[in-house]
Design a protein around this ligand. Structure first.
Ligand SMILES: C[S@@+](CC[C@H](N)C(=O)[O-])C[C@H]1O[C@@H](n2cnc3c(N)ncnc32)[C@H](O)[C@@H]1O
Length: 368
């Protein structure tokens, strides 16, 4: 399967869209937003560029994309008001990146009213046109393509942000399959307790290959003195996929149409949640960046996407992310039932107190 063509979040603003089902991620982004804003303000004060160029990698579509940009605009504007960094109007250029199949249209449609609203409230000032300190001028542009490779010209970025995206690998590890194309992780869709040891090794090797390519590509496009990078990894899907796999693996009595065993055996996810040590090791080996902060935190479980339980919230969140892949592989007919059952299974697991979703944030600075 060509992941770049098939994998996409559900676009638009409908009931099953990523826009309507990404509040768990928003909750985690908010928990660590002080790290993102402190990083960008420190960079801004140290360098005071008239034109600050930032990129959000794996931006998707929906409120999270613009809210991160909004926080950055606010933080820069606050710092400029407080420290009178420059008398010139600050300009911020934002590049929004995702795979070409992302629903960029929804983001661009939402942008004018979002920006107008932002300006009308920006840091307590409400008449910008007459204000002696004008608000930042912000321009956005889309950059379709994989972040596992070059996306930007040399030395063109000051700050890179990425949330809930880097755990998506560029592909399912090829070493999972034997010469006949059969998966050695038969009956499972990710690393599980009963997977052969070679499975976790294959995923780790793929992560190392991808992440070092990611770092190398970013180091080329970022300005040598001014680079920060802040990213989120999550463990949430890891846990959820284990539940999903349990469901698949046990051939639950709940019917899901005619899924044959062959289809189950050949579905593997292109996901990896690295440990703190694995992230540190790769950053050290690749050598372009130094880690300023690396923190692991537990995500909130009291958020609901308008759903009745945490289980359904998780299920609708994962559906918005995974539906394209599941539909492509198994067919559309299983999707509704699968995610309904899945939500129930998560609620059952929750009563045992076993699900503790975690995420990590890392802030890195380019080495001189
Ligand atoms: C779960 S969404 C996260 C969206 C948003 N950043 C947030 O925090 O809510 C993950 C996004 O990463 C994108 N993505 C995954 N692999 C990618 C790649 N290799 N290059 C660019 N974007 C990628 C997906 O298409 C998807 O839109």
């Amino acid at each position: 399967m060509d992941i770049k063509k098939v994998f996409h979040m559900i676009g638009g603003i409908g009931e099953t869209s990523y826009a309507a089902n990404s509040s768990l991620q928003k909750g985690a982004i908010d928990m660590v937003k002080h790290i993102t804003t402190e990083s960008i303000v420190e960079l801004y004060l140290a360098t005071a560029p008239q034109n600050l160029v930032i990129a959000d990698l794996g931006c998707s579509s929906g409120p999270n994309t613009l809210s991160v940009i909004g926080e950055i605009i606010d933080a820069i504007d606050r710092a400029r008001l407080k420290f009178m960094v420059t008398s010139r109007r600050t300009e911020i250029q934002v590049f929004l990146n995702d795979l070409p199949s992302n629903d960029f249209n929804s983001v661009f449609l939402a942008w004018p009213s979002f920006f107008k609203e932002k300006l009308s409230k920006c840091n307590g000032r409400n008449d910008f046109e007459r204000s002696p300190v004008p608000p930042p001028f912000v321009s956005i542009a889309g950059v379709p393509g994989s972040f596992y490779g070059r996306l930007f010209p040399t030395d063109s970025l000051h700050f890179i942000h990425s949330s809930f995206s880097l755990h998506w690998l560029s592909r399912v590890p090829v070493t999972l399959y034997d010469e006949d194309g059969k998966s050695m992780n038969k009956g499972k869709i990710y690393i599980s307790e009963s997977s052969p040891h070679l499975v976790s090794e294959a995923y780790l090797i793929q992560f190392q290959e991808d992440f070092s390519l990611f770092l190398r590509s970013r180091s080329l496009s970022s300005n040598p003195e001014e680079e920060w990078c802040s990213s989120c990894w999550e463990g949430l899907v890891h846990i959820i996929l284990r539940v999903l796999m349990l469901y698949y693996g046990s051939f639950s009595p709940v019917p899901l149409g005619d899924i044959d065993e062959e289809k189950l055996n050949s579905f593997d996810t292109h996901f990896y949640a690295p440990s703190q040590e694995e992230i540190e090791e790769e950053v050290r080996k690749e050598g372009s960046f130094a880690i300023d902060r690396l923190e692991v935190f537990e995500m909130r479980r009291d958020i609901q996407n308008g759903s009745s339980t945490y289980g359904t919230t998780v299920a609708t969140t994962v559906r918005a992310i995974q539906e394209s892949m599941i539909r492509h592989h198994f067919g559309e007919h299983i999707v509704n039932d699968l995610f309904e059952i899945y939500g129930r299974l998560i609620d059952e697991e929750m009563t045992k107190g076993e699900i503790r979703p975690i995420a990590s944030i890392v802030a890195m600075r380019k080495r001189l």
